[in-house]
Design a protein around this ligand. Structure first.
Ligand SMILES: Nc1ncnc2c1ncn2[C@@H]1O[C@H](COP(=O)(O)OP(=O)(O)O)[C@@H](O)[C@H]1O
Ligand SMILES: [Mg+2]
Length: 308
């Protein structure tokens, strides 16, 4: 079985600290999967009716893999998405598929889909310039969370404490980049510096961890130094995570849940979630879970690892 990972670097450029890619490569060897790590720039697309020659790899026609595993998440460029779409058109299944990746790149669109099905999400508004602060005060209130529409690792996420600091931030944004797409969101205070990351594969929760910020930061991201612990999977957690991935059409997902008193609100969903944190605190082999599911989906049950 041959698989391609679509990543921001190719095989020879993968850094030792790229935990997830290295783990995926290592586990592929153990599972007899021939895995190549490619960056979208190595591929050229020719849209023709003659199927098999319509993708060039390093300028040459190439045989197609059995599956693609995109690992660019919120950083998926239009070009990378076009490559994935082309492979899908040629019959190569992608986990996740291009639609799922494209949907969750947009945090507002994600919430629109989830809210339509009555799932609990923080109240969210798309910001438009010039900003009407009173409208935000009325519908969202302060403190509030401001986020770039697309982003990861906590980089584009801010907490504005009051109306004045919100006004100041928007003024700065307006003069520097009023084209930027941002959302403003209800702040879930009971989740300050703390949240859950639920990892799902093929509609199953395979691990759940609690993340706690190691400073007074309200963001709990592992990549910002958050402390992680395994967390018991309650029926509510399982139902929410599974339903979210079903609605968004994701085979593999990292679902972030905020603590909302005794319940949860869905914070965001990641289509190529990191798993260094979760493997460090939960006894789970994420790449193995992924490949076992992929083999099932590809009809290769004989080679499935017995995960019972
Ligand atoms: N509405 C919110 N209320 C409280 N905390 C939040 C809220 N939104 C985000 N956070 C905190 O900020 C972190 C980063 O936000 P998130 O939307 O997941 O961005 P990223 O894609 O960068 O991870 C979350 O893990 C959570 O700890
Ligand atoms: Mg997040």
């Amino acid at each position: 079985m041959v698989g391609w990972i679509i990543y921001k670097a190719q095989d020879s450029e993968v850094k030792p600290e790229a935990y997830e890619i290295n783990r995926l490569v290592e586990e592929a060897k153990a599972q007899d999967i021939e895995l190549r790590v490619l960056k979208p720039e190595q591929i050229d697309l020719i849209v023709t009716k003659e199927d098999r020659k319509s993708i060039l790899l390093d300028d040459k026609p190439t045989s197609l893999p059995d599956f693609v595993l995109p690992r660019m998440g919120a950083g998926t460029t239009y070009f990378a998405l076009a490559v994935i779409r082309q492979l899908e058109r040629l019959g190569v299944p992608s986990f996740n598929d291009s639609d799922g990746i494209d949907t969750v790149k947009d945090k507002l669109y994600t919430h629109q889909i989830l809210a339509q099905s009555n799932l609990p999400v923080p109240k969210t508004m798309l910001v438009k310039f010039p900003v009407d602060i009173s409208l935000i005060e009325k519908h969202i209130g302060f403190p509030a969370v401001i986020k770039t529409l697309s982003g990861s690792q906590g980089k584009g996420v801010f907490l504005v404490k009051d109306k004045q600091s919100c006004k100041d931030l928007f003024q700065l944004l307006e003069i520097t980049n009023s084209q930027i797409s941002i959302i403003i969101q209800e702040f879930i205070a009971t989740s300050y510096g703390r949240d859950l990351r639920v990892f799902t594969v093929g509609g199953r929760v395979v691990a759940c961890m609690e993340r706690k910020s190691n400073s007074d930061d309200f963001k709990a991201n592992y990549s910002l130094g958050g402390i992680v612990n395994s967390y018991p999977i309650s029926p509510e957690i399982e139902w929410l995570a599974v339903e979210v991935t079903r609605l968004l059409g994701l085979d593999i997902a990292g679902v972030d849940l905020l603590f909302d008193h005794d319940h949860f609100k869905i914070c965001e969903v990641n289509s190529s979630p990191g798993f260094e944190g979760i493997e460090s605190c939960c006894s789970v082999n994420i790449p193995k879970e992924m490949y076992t599911y992929l083999k099932l989906r590809l009809g290769d049950r004989e080679q499935m690892t017995d995960n019972r």
